[in-house]
Design a protein around this ligand. Structure first.
Ligand SMILES: Cc1cc2nc3c(=O)[nH]c(=O)nc-3n(C[C@H](O)[C@H](O)[C@H](O)COP(=O)(O)O)c2cc1C
Length: 204
């Protein structure tokens, strides 16, 4: 039996998950390049197709292929420290591929998409953790309809800086308590007051 024939009859599955970018990954300037590179290389080899979305620190991936390849990918993803809070949303049998020609599409969902389609703009700003599976699939279908997939994540230098500052602040404030925050604030005020006193003493 030829490979092509076998591939035709291998049952197709889809994997949908959401996750959040990790603190570690935020400070890797090559992060998106590295993910793009290994995803393209490996998915082509395994005949996995789909789309990986990124929005404001969240990843959402829709990917289709054989059950074994998807299970292997899921296990790899679970160990990847560049994201966390991995939430499996669906792993089920499908009839046919949604993205037959895309070993990997990447898309950044942000305010750029607000104007392109009224249905699409309902998803911006995007927090995929708040969408149920049907809504996630609606978004995936819209991405396909508007062909928003690109060969790499298209984030400007400015977007990246803003994202890093915002997420670093969110992660910092979620890891320290209210008391610790006010303690840090008081220490900063104290240091400022000391600097002001020293400057006054030097000036007069
Ligand atoms: C959000 C996210 C999505 C990823 N998607 C894929 C993917 O679709 N295919 C893939 O092979 N690796 C993907 N990776 C990378 C894998 O976790 C892993 O690093 C990679 O498969 C290792 O393969 P390599 O050693 O050949 O680079 C993804 C990583 C992250 C953080």
């Amino acid at each position: 039996m030829s490979n092509q024939h076998t591939a035709k009859h291998t049952p197709l599955y889809r994997l949908v998950y959401v996750s959040q970018i990790s603190y570690l990954a935020l400070f890797d300037p090559q992060l998106f390049k590295k993910i793009t590179f290994s995803a393209l290389k490996n998915n082509l080899k395994r005949n996995l197709t789909g789309v990986l979305c990124f929005s404001d620190g969240y990843f959402m991936q829709y990917i289709e292929g054989s059950e074994q390849d998807l299970t292997n990918l899921k296990n790899t993803l679970l160990q990847d420290k560049r994201h966390h809070s991995f939430q499996l949303c669906d792993f089920s049998l499908i009839e046919e591929r949604l993205f037959p020609n895309h070993p990997r599409g990447f898309v950044v969902i942000d305010k750029r998409h607000q104007m392109s389609d009224s249905l699409l703009s309902e998803f911006v700003p995007l927090n995929p953790k708040l969408l149920d599976l049907d809504r996630k699939m609606e978004l995936i279908e819209l991405i396909k309809k508007h062909e928003l997939m690109e060969d790499e994540f298209n984030l400007s230098w400015w977007d990246l800086i803003g994202l890093r500052i915002r997420l670093a602040f969110q992660l910092f404030s979620s890891s320290v308590s209210q008391n610790q925050l006010s303690f840090i604030f008081e220490i900063c005020l104290f240091i400022l007051a000391c600097v002001a006193l020293v400057m006054m003493a030097l000036y007069f």
